[in-house]
Write a protein that binds this ligand. Sequence first.
Ligand code: ADP
Ligand code: MG
Length: 560
Amino acid sequence: EAHRETMGFQAEVKKLLDLMIHSLYSNKEIFLRELISNASDAIDHLRFAMLSDAGLHEDDAELHIRVSYDKEARTVTISDNGIGMTRDEVVENIGTIAKSGTNEFFQSLTGDQQKDASLIGQFGVGFYSSFVVADRVTLVTRKAGEPSDQGVRWESEGHGEYVLETIDKPGRGTDVILHLRPDEDEFLDGYRLREIVKKYSDHITVPILMPAEGEEAQGDERINRASALWTRSRSDLTAEDYNEFYKHLTLDVDEPLAYVHSRMEGTHEYILLLYIPEHAPFDLWNRERRHGIKLYVRRVFIMDGSEQLMPSYLRFVRGVVDSNDLPLNVSREILQQNRLVDNMRSSAVKKVLGVLNDLSTKEPEKYATFWKEFGRTLKEGLAEDHANQETLAKLLRFASTQNAGDEQNVSLEDYIGRMKPGQEKIFFITADSYAAAKDSPLLEIFKKKGVEVLLLSDPVDYLFGTELHEFNGKPLQSVVKGAIDLSKVEDEPGTEKQQEEPQPSANEIDALIERLKKALGEQVADVRVTTRLTTSPACLVVGEYDIDPSLQRILKAVGQ
Ligand code: ADP
Ligand code: MG
């Protein structure tokens, strides 16, 4: 007995369908992602159920998803041999929108189509996205473990109602048959369908099959890699596996410098697999450049280059973030205001900084390579990421008066370890070039006292001292700014004592300062006596609270 009945959709379903067709119109292909994801969920459920009920095998143990099309009938079919549904379950899962959050969804609708369309992204679009490309959808299903005459046929044109029928279905699982709308012929094409499957579902762990095409083609072929390496446990993976995957992911020919792989459990579940490349991409400094993180939701590819998952100063990091909790249809807008995303981002940042810290202590040569390629990018974090400033400061490397060359390899910890008795501050100089910094007359007193000065000449170095004020309790002091007092630091032994010259009287000094002030007029704010010079007669400095000269140059360059 067919037990055929026609049932009405909830009013909300109709509303949702209208909204969806409108909002997904420009990205229709995602129907395939949604249906494959449902099929994959159904197979996961079956696998789980089989653990306690071996009878569910039904001699059909090769779990798979199959995508096929029929040009004559103008249909695309997505089949799985997963858990399937009973008649009641079909009514419950497909006929109504009983999903949690749906009520909130409808309450938050504004009536403004544009706004509502973007709201849809917060709730999975799921099965109903079929109606974006199909004007009729047939779903045939049989629950695992039920007799074959307990199959169910559901069909709808997506308007007000659907038809249910009990049928015979020998194979367990679900077929979804899409009767394409008249102008959707692009999906009646094996290459197009393969392309979409690869794009979104390459890492679904279940094999996705399609009928082989071409001259000698026969049978089905598997079209997804089904690897999802990041879902495997670390102990099952070798460094080689990780490096291979990196190359597949980035098309980089070199191996990565380092990686971190971690599964986060608890209220939010997600997996991070992040890589530090060895070389900077040619467009690292292009603001428009996509960030290097791919977002997945339950193994399904969602989007590339999401800047919500990695701050700009870590834009060189490549890898995968796979969330178990985000909806599949999550949009960039949603990512910007989502707590789960903030959470994933901040732990991703911590993981990356942790890897860099390990590299810097355990593999200093690799860290030196990293610093050459990405040091300037990382420094932007001083301004961008105050929460991690301390960790970042530890990772910084500088050229220094202690070094013979311009190599940036002195850390703030190294510096503090070499501070002179009586020295209270970390001194640095910013200039346009390494040479200009190194040869500045402002360094004379430091040479005399044997006090190390960090030599900063990258444009981004203006952040030093403005964003970062101290390290391990030692204040940072620009030697270009304000007064420098090294009176508590002894002269370097061996520096010859200056020949004792007759000291000028206080009156003579005052008179000289008056004359200089008059001569220089508006060009200077003040003229002062200094102890910082040993051989040069005078130098220019800026006030303690004035803008650093190198920043002034940057602002001028951008027209401020
Ligand atoms: P979601 O996947 O977010 O739950 P969908 O609209 O995609 O939302 O699917 C609704 C429900 O329909 C699913 O939760 C599931 O119970 C059921 N369903 C959909 N497709 C299948 C399938 N291929 N096999 C078994 N159940 C399915
Ligand atoms: Mg779904």
